[in-house]
Design a protein around this ligand. Structure first.
Ligand SMILES: *Cc1c(COP(=O)(O)O)cnc(C)c1O
Length: 302
């Protein structure tokens, strides 16, 4: 089976006088299935094809990077896809986000549920497998054992000299994979994109090692919440380092990392690897929302 090139390039970042920071550009792995969503899908795709499922059924919001990636993967590898989307009000095509428009163009069948119903049934995997017995049911965000296995591969044999590995955290699947794939002396620091204590417990179910930590305080009020300060930071960062970030995951992570570096959080000998998990496909829709609120927009062209 052909899979796209899996080695992401790495780029040095000038963020500190003595501490070395390198960013791994997983966002450049693939234009449509970017970053960790590709890593998380890889073994799921293999499983779907080998087990002979007719298609995949998965869940997400209107701007979900996971929905976009799954829709594209289904088209590319020749199986069907159903997307269960949060928000009944999105039934009308005229209100569709760029993400949903692309997903539909790639052949994903979209079904909309009210926020309430979505919340209740999204984790009831038997409810879905009863109704769609020939479909592989992939949880929201794509996280599961196979996804975590894919994320272990972000870390390469030549990465031994890094002391810290930094990533953004949604469901924690990526962090769990990094935790599993890391060298024994390495510490994984995760920056949550949402507020909530459930995360720590969720991650414990997947990450068997104790080599990780969640850094709180950089959620900017919650999932997909932003501030002009964060947007300005992302724009400046792109100008200075030629690294595009987005405001839901990677922007918050980098804001947090820069703050920790400025506050001497790390030992002087630290050698940090930052994982760029992608997600840039959501920027046009985010800019629409910022414009509507008369706020500063992202100067990032994807
Ligand atoms: C989904 C996503 C994450 C979070 O990944 P998890 O494995 O759910 O923690 C981080 N960054 C980006 C860009 C994402 O799209």
């Amino acid at each position: 089976m052909y899979f796209c090139r899996m080695q992401a390039i790495s780029q040095k970042l000038d963020l500190h006088e003595t501490i070395s920071v390198t960013i791994r550009r997983e966002d450049l792995l693939h234009p449509e299935i970017s970053g960790n969503k590709w890593r998380k899908l890889k073994y799921n795709i293999q499983h779907i094809l080998q087990a002979g499922f007719e298609g995949v059924l998965t869940f997400g919001g209107a701007h979900s990077n996971h929905i976009a990636a799954t829709a594209y993967a289904a088209k590319k590898y020749g199986f069907k896809a159903i997307g269960i989307i949060r928000g009944e009000e999105l039934q009308q095509t005229t209100q569709w986000s760029p993400t949903l428009q692309s997903a539909q163009q790639w052949g994903m069948e979209l079904k909309f549920l009210s926020r309430e119903t979505f919340r209740v049934v999204k984790s009831d995997l038997t409810y879905w497998s009863d109704r769609y017995p020939n479909y592989f049911i992939l949880p929201e965000g794509g996280t599961g054992e196979l996804a975590i296995q894919g994320c272990t591969e972000i870390i390469l044999p030549e990465d031994e000299s890094f002391t810290h590995i930094v990533c953004a955290v949604g469901t924690g699947g990526t962090l769990s994979g990094l935790s599993q794939g890391a060298f024994a002396h390495q510490k994984i620091l995760g920056f949550p994109a949402l507020i909530g204590d459930f995360l720590r417990e969720d991650i414990r179910n997947f990450a068997k090692k104790e080599n990780w930590e969640l850094i709180q305080g950089y959620t900017f009020g919650g999932y997909a919440k932003t501030s002009p300060d964060l947007i300005r930071f992302i724009n400046q960062f792109n100008q200075m380092h030629q690294v595009p970030l987005e405001p839901i995951y990677t922007g918050k992570m980098m804001y947090g990392l820069v703050d920790l570096l400025a506050n001497d959080y790390f030992p002087k000998t630290a050698n940090i690897l930052v994982i760029h998990t992608g997600g840039l496909q959501g920027i046009p829709a985010m800019n629409e929302r910022l414009k509507q609120k008369n706020q500063i927009t992202l100067q990032i062209h994807v």
